[in-house]
Structure formats: C-alpha cells, structure tokens
Design a protein around this ligand. Sequence first.
Ligand code: PGA
Length: 253
Amino acid sequence: MQTTGIPLVIGNWKMNPLTESAAVTLAKEVLTISKKAKHARVVVVPPALYIPAVSKVARTTVLGLGVQHVVPGPVGAVTGEISGAMAQPYGITYAIVGHSEQRALGVTDEQVAATVAMLIKIGITPVICVGERERDSRADFYSLIASQIKTALAAIPKTKYKQIVIAYEPIWAIGTGKTATPADVQEMRLFINKVITDLAGRPAAKAVTVLYGGSVTKDNALSLWQEGQVDGFLVGGASLKGEDFATIIASTK
Ligand code: PGA
C-alpha cells in the first residue's frame, strides 16, 4: 500500500523553540541528519517568524521547509495571518493545512478546502490534516474522516492529487503520549485509499501520500512504519530532539 515515492518525514515544531537562534541550531542539526538519511525526504516546519532564518540554513540543501498555517491570499485585510504566496519566496514547498490545533481555533473544512486550492495553484504541497477527536464504538469516526477528505479535495482537479499529502492525525493521539496502534493506522490508510479511489479512481488514490501523526516517538516509529503502511510521519514533540527525530527518520528505511 505504501506509495512508490520516497518516505516523507515532517517535523512540525509548533510554537517552539523560544528563540530564533535555537531554531537555527535545531535546523542545522536536522540538516546534518537529513544529509545522512538519503532514503527519505525530511522537512522542518518552524514557526512563521523563524522561516527567514531557517530558510538560510535549508536553502539549496536536501532539507525541505514548510509553513504551519496559511490563509488563501496573496494579500488582504486578514489580521494576524500570512499567505502561502508570502511564504513561498523563502523556499517553502509544504504547508500544513487544517491541523487540529488550528481547527480548534476555528478553521473550518471550507477554509481548509480554499487553502488547499490556493496552495495547489501556486505549487506548494498541502499537508492536509484529518483526524477524529475520539473513537466511538460504532466507528462513526470513519465518516468524519471521509467527509474531511472529500471537502478538502473538492476544488482540486484529479490530475493534481499527486501533489497532495494527507496526514491522519487522531486528535486523541496528539501530544498525549497515546498512539494509534499500527493496526489502527493500517486500517485508516486503507480507508483513506478507498475514499480517494471513490472520488478519483485508483491511480489517483495511489498517488496521494499518506502520513501518520500523533505521538510518534523513537520507540514506536519502526512498528508504525512496518505495519502501519503509511508513506511517512508528521512528528510534533519528537521532532524537537535531534536524536529522536533521527531515529524516527531511520525507521522509515
Ligand atoms: P505530536 O504532534 O507528535 O507531538 O503528538 C503531532 C502533530 O500535531 O503534528
């Protein structure tokens, strides 16, 4: 089920670290790691304020750079936000869209869809986060995931599906130390494939990169990789520790 593409491991730094110089130090450490990890594509996603500084480290290297949250732009009266078009000149090639921490602040499925459409238009890869708050015994969460995916992709031509990354991030697993089991992850991967196959056919579904995120650690990454059948990971907390992140990247070999 894993796509034939190379594994993708994204470090979402969230609102960390406290200073720009610590961000640059971490970026340099991850750059060293990613130079050694030739089998995988490694991406860091710092807070927007640090993008210019981290960009100087990552530019013209193997290390990819992403942005945590953007709104459709390119410009406008939207206090506190930035657009993908503003981030792009800094070498941004990925943008996280609809992270549950942003959805909790009010980002809707419709905003996710508009942002995804804008990103595809300008050539930035959207990393679309989907995930349930909890797992109900009737498994209704599957329809929630299907609806999140269908809405997010509504405005995207099928020919562009190969530029899409979907990150399955169950909210109950984010930053909690509770991880979905490799079997849960594999089941969800198959389900996501089915949703996309229904939308756009099998080849389109095969082209979409699917990641798992939610308390991925150096200790569980290998089994999630081997059994979960995903194409990589979206890592929060553990991406702030170089050694742990290196182990997670190595597990995707
Ligand atoms: P976590 O975060 O690895 O700290 O659980 C993952 C995420 O929110 O992307």
